[in-house]
Design a protein around this ligand. Structure first.
Ligand SMILES: Nc1ncnc2c1ncn2[C@@H]1O[C@H](COP(=O)(O)OP(=O)(O)OP(=O)(O)O)[C@@H](O)[C@H]1O
Ligand SMILES: [Mg+2]
Length: 323
């Protein structure tokens, strides 16, 4: 069942140098009981995508167009009161550097309770605290943590507390933006296990934003590859791992070190930072692409289907499909 339908989502930042075209017409669906990974290099627009999905882009950012359908409503066009009701109840986000999202002046329990009060104003304090305790236990924390200030917690504990906060209103969709970046591998594994358990037990749709290809291919059911604001390929994890079609996806995989084969050649991608402020009107991977053909010197194509679950936005595939 589709929980989220994203179409042509486009977000720009208005800078003194011109519009930074950070997110360019991305489209995808998210199903219940599914983890979708969004992966790409730093600055390719992953966090912008997350905030745009929540309609929480701050100035100088501006959502320029598209739709985010959730529960039959377009999150981007509903009035502010409906938007407030949908946020955290239907769709919630664990922001990048989530551990810094906690207010140092308030105890963990009070901060989660605050989120609950907004959506369930009729909830008594006792009911609220019971819910806080069960949320903390759900993410593997002792409920006594509710009475603790954030500075007393380790990084992994703070991260779990923020996950508990994101889960407070029982959302159907969770966006996790680099939720495990900077944590040691053991804590990372524990947090990913929590997300996987939530998907299984509650049928959640989860978007994991990351630049960690190894983690994403281990945890996600499907993967979308982003490059310079574009979603350039999307498919099941197997399809992306074993049958990648976009030259950028292929380059990304061949730049990984294979722990089982140290003799395998590790390729690098030429260091040309893609221009997203006033970019040329052509494929943004053009200058780095090892497979470019003449037609690539034109605006990039939309998706070509490789299979019912696998699609790529590349002229090579358009030519191969004869369309
Ligand atoms: N507040 C802002 N003002 C101007 N430009 C911004 C702003 N926030 C992001 N950008 C630009 O938008 C583009 C996408 O940034 P974004 O933070 O979404 O990338 P990202 O993929 O999440 O990167 P990272 O992996 O480093 O977190 C970048 O070119 C960035 O410089
Ligand atoms: Mg980011």
């Amino acid at each position: 069942m589709s929980l989220l339908k994203v179409q042509n989502l486009t977000t720009y930042y208005d800078t003194s140098a011109g519009y930074n075209q950070a997110l360019e017409s991305i489209s995808f669906d998210l199903n219940s009981n599914e983890i979708l990974g969004l992966i790409g290099e730093s600055g390719c627009g992953k966090s912008t995508a997350g905030y745009s999905l929540m309609r929480m882009v701050e100035r100088p950012g501006q959502i320029m167009g598209g739709s985010v359908l959730i529960d039959g409503l377009d999150l981007l066009t509903v009035d502010n009161a409906t938007h407030r009701k949908l946020l955290w109840k239907e769709i919630a986000m664990i922001p990048q550097s989530a551990m810094n999202a906690l207010d140092p002046c308030y105890k963990i329990g009070a901060q989660i309770l605050e989120a609950l009060k907004i959506h369930f104003p009729q909830m008594s304090k006792e009911e609220g605290m019971n819910r806080v305790h069960s949320l903390l236990e759900m993410v593997g924390l002792n409920s006594r943590i509710a009475q603790t200030y954030p500075h007393k917690l380790s990084g992994g504990m703070k991260q779990r507390a923020v996950i508990a906060m994101a889960l407070a209103c029982d959302p159907k969709v969770i966006i996790s933006d680099e939720a495990t970046t900077g944590l040691d591998v053991l804590i990372e594994a524990q947090i990913l296990a929590i997300l996987r358990r939530l998907k299984k037990e509650r049928g959640l749709g989860i978007i994991i934003i990351s630049h960690d290809l190894r983690m994403v291919t281990t945890v996600c059911d499907r993967i979308g590859i982003m490059y310079a604001g574009y979603l350039v390929e999307i498919g099941s994890t197997d399809e992306i791992k074993h049958n990648a079609q976009h030259p950028y996806t292929k380059a990304l995989f061949s730049s990984q070190i294979d722990m089982n084969d140290f003799n395998r050649r590790v390729d690098s991608i030429e260091v040309v930072v893609p221009k997203s402020i006033n970019p040329d009107d052509l494929c943004r991977f053009f200058s780095r692409c090892k497979e470019k053909v003449d037609v690539c010197n034109t605006p990039p194509p939309g998706f070509t289907s490789i299979s019912p679950t696998h699609a790529v936005a590349c002229f090579k595939e358009v030519l191969a499909s004869g369309k």
